[in-house]
Design a protein around this ligand. Structure first.
Ligand SMILES: [Ca+2]
Ligand SMILES: [Ca+2]
Length: 273
């Protein structure tokens, strides 16, 4: 009797196992992206039950072949998906590199939350050698994203980005312009270092001004680009000159209202101190 029961229950377990695995085989494919620097290796695995859904997103970091971190990452929705070094055109790579010059590579796990534009964010992991574990911060990039570039040739990469608070601020998404934003990762924190790069701010400002003139000729009001231009000018310490240019350029009937809103926005975003 007990032998029979045992046989039945084993068969049921076997059946359940079989059907569970065939369901998995039919509906999900496991995929992974990885990255490596020296003895540090990172891998993100995930299942794709449907085209735009991602499940069981896990990050593993190993050092000299030993797993130090193995975690399921929280997803706000099933559309949150890991992306590799997307802007560099290497979708299958996780950036693993020394961001702060302490000879220890950090791991950057980038995610996209789905939707038409929004949003990308980075989880940046650094190794705490005393605690022998990885600690993370999360940095939001909004609609934009970033590009890792050594902008000052000191051997450490900067995060070359933009101030995404300007998306939709004065216009549609397509007609939004953005002030330059540059970040460095130091002592486990992201530091906004944009003002240390006046040449790059000036060239971003020149680009915005050029685009403003181009889209104005196409009949757009160009408010989004003027706003970003003025923010760049403030970062350069040329706020007053910027205002003169903007006031000369923008002659539409809502100009008083626009200038009031713009001043308020630049205060709120910290450009006007
Ligand atoms: Ca480091
Ligand atoms: Ca640098």
């Amino acid at each position: 009797m007990s032998a029979i029961r045992s046989f039945i229950s084993q068969s049921l377990v076997g059946l359940a196992f079989l059907s569970a695995s065939s369901v998995l085989l039919q509906s999900a494919t496991a995929e992974s992206i990885s990255g490596k620097s020296g003895n540090v290796q990172a891998q993100i695995t995930y299942e794709k039950p449907q085209e735009y859904q991602y499940k069981n997103v896990r990050l593993q970091i190993s050092r000299s072949g030993q797993t130090v971190l193995d975690k399921k990452l929280p997803q706000e929705s099933e559309y949150d998906r890991p992306i590799g070094d997307l802007l560099e055109g290497q979708e299958k790579n996780i950036p693993v590199l020394d961001l702060d010059g302490n000879k220890e590579p950090e791991v950057i796990a980038d995610f996209f939350t789905g939707g038409a534009h929004c949003c990308t964010y980075s989880l940046i992991y650094r190794y705490d050698s005393k605690a022998k574990q990885y600690k993370k911060i999360r940095h939001e990039w909004g609609n934009g994203g970033y590009r890792l570039k050594d902008l000052d040739n000191d051997g450490l990469p900067e995060f070359d980005s933009r101030d995404d608070r300007f998306a939709y601020a004065f216009s549609s998404y397509a007609a939004s312009g953005y002030p330059l934003q540059i970040w460095q990762y130091r002592q486990g924190k992201m530091v906004n270092v944009t003002r240390r790069y006046p040449k790059l701010i000036a060239s971003n400002a020149a680009e915005l001004w050029k685009t403003y003139n181009e889209i104005r000729q196409q009949g757009e009001d160009g408010k989004g680009f003027l706003a970003a231009y003025l923010a760049d000018k403030y970062m350069l310490g040329q706020g007053q000159q910027g205002w003169q240019q903007v006031q000369q350029a923008y002659k539409k009937s809502d100009r008083t209202e626009f200038f009031t809103e713009l001043r308020k926005f630049l205060r709120e975003t910290g450009y006007i101190k």
